[in-house]
Design a protein. Structure first.
Length: 427
């Protein structure tokens, strides 16, 4: 008989797909402090587009008293008090100085601690540096619950690997790293995930190993992209098309297929700072990791300067010029605007006195205004511009003749390198 009842804390891009998946085999309570998000999900709609409405509606329950399987979404603490697994999927961003912000983890730990009971297991999925689960979260759980760690309650860590907007590599198809605060709990956590993850699991020997594995996954990608971004700068000086070079080099069987571009989002652009922070606490300055971050964080300014340079070369007056930016989300075919580096391109172009319109069929204009104080539109532009900058490779843009937006002397700059046209300037 299945006696597991799961609470998923945080119903965003990571939490909702996970909650939906677990709800196919377990009673699940999805908890989020955002009342509007709860109302949206209770109506059977997911604005992040990670879970299709029909798929979500198939598991939704209209009561917290789920008998066997199903998902009930709530912002009421009482609704999660009889769960015995608590899975934390809240965001872990960085501040303006790139220092990790653990506040969402502290707050969610406080929430769980208020209902924590003997025998319960708390599993963290949020990206952290090694040691956060046991050194930062556990003391909060102990203090508020009054229970003793590894005697009365236990913890685990299983790093999320969600790729927003990716409909091929969905949560159940991505191999899951698991861990527990004792060997026995590690097996319990592993078995829980193994019951729904068709791709399988990997049980790490300790929580710190699992935490470290997560933080280096995206740090590795960040460094590889930084290398290619540096190549793009070098080859641009030599008047060589970087994408042509990468295509040629890619014919070797072990060449890694990374492309230059803007590195934003909630993972690749953030995770390296978590590892760097912990390394510095141990007296080590991580040169390669931070060099990669500096390179990638500076690409928005570089792109803007290249666009302006291209305009000057075409005798286009920069101040007062009308520029269309195509895309503001952090990646293609996804509404996620968290930590998007397209805003760096926009702010740097605006600093030259240009007038900018932003067209993005995926992004929520209200969310963009709230996060960045920028106006965006979901409607195809009808005017013409001195310059068009493609920053995100949304599928809708691939079907458009982008030259229709250009004035006779206008220029087109392709950050993503998806336009195979020799008249188009590519990063």
């Amino acid at each position: 008989m299945n006696t597991s009842k799961i609470a998923v804390i945080g119903l965003g891009y990571v939490g909702l797909p996970l909650a939906r998946l677990f709800a196919t085999k377990y009673p699940v309570i999805g908890f989020d402090i955002n009342e509007n998000r709860i109302k949206e999900l209770q109506s059977g709609t997911d604005s992040t587009l990670e879970v299709e409405d029909t798929v979500l509606q198939a598991v939704l329950s209209d009561t917290r008293d789920i008998k066997n399987t199903g998902l009930f979404c709530s912002n009421n603490l009482d609704d999660i008090k009889d769960c015995n697994f608590y899975i934390v999927t809240v965001p872990t961003p960085v501040d303006k100085t790139n220092r990790p912000i653990l506040t969402p983890l502290y707050k969610s730990s406080e929430t769980i601690a208020k209902v924590l009971k003997k025998g319960d297991i708390v599993i963290y999925e949020s990206t952290v540096y090694p040691g956060v689960t046991e050194d930062e979260c556990v003391p909060v759980l102990e203090k508020i619950s009054g229970l003793k760690f590894n005697v009365d309650f236990f913890v685990g860590y299983s790093p999320e690997r969600i790729n927003p907007g990716d409909k091929e590599h969905t949560v159940e198809k991505i191999l899951k790293v698991t861990s527990g605060s004792t060997p026995e709990i590690g097996i319990k956590v592993d078995n829980l995930y193994k019951s729904v993850i068709t791709a399988g699991t990997h049980l790490a020997p300790t929580i710190k190993v699992a935490e470290a594995a997560k933080v280096i996954e995206n740090s590795q990608r960040d460094i590889n992209i930084a290398f290619v971004n540096e190549l793009a700068k070098i080859f641009n000086l030599m008047d060589i098309d970087t994408h042509d070079v990468l295509e040629a080099a890619g014919t070797k069987w072990n060449f890694l297929p990374f492309k230059p571009g803007l590195v934003g989002g909630h993972c690749i652009g953030v995770d390296p700072y978590y590892l760097a922070q912990k390394a510095q606490e141990f007296g080590y300055h991580p040169e390669i990791i931070l060099a990669g971050r500096r390179m990638n964080d500076g690409m928005g300014k570089y792109v803007a300067s290249e666009v302006v340079k291209l305009m000057v070369q075409n005798d286009i007056k920069v101040k007062g010029a009308n520029i269309l930016v195509l895309g503001i989300t952090f990646k293609e075919n996804c509404p996620d605007v968290r930590n998007t580096k397209a805003v760096d391109v926009i702010s740097n172009l605006a600093s030259f006195g240009t007038e900018i319109d932003i067209y993005d069929p995926w992004a929520s204009p209200e969310e963009v205004m709230y996060e960045y104080k920028l106006e965006t539109s979901k409607n195809v532009p009808t005017k013409k511009y001195n310059a068009v900058v493609l920053t995100v490779a949304h599928k809708e843009f691939l079907d458009l003749d982008l030259k229709q937006f250009l004035k006779d002397d206008g220029v087109l700059y392709d950050v993503k390198g998806i336009l195979n046209d020799k008249l188009v300037k590519r990063l």
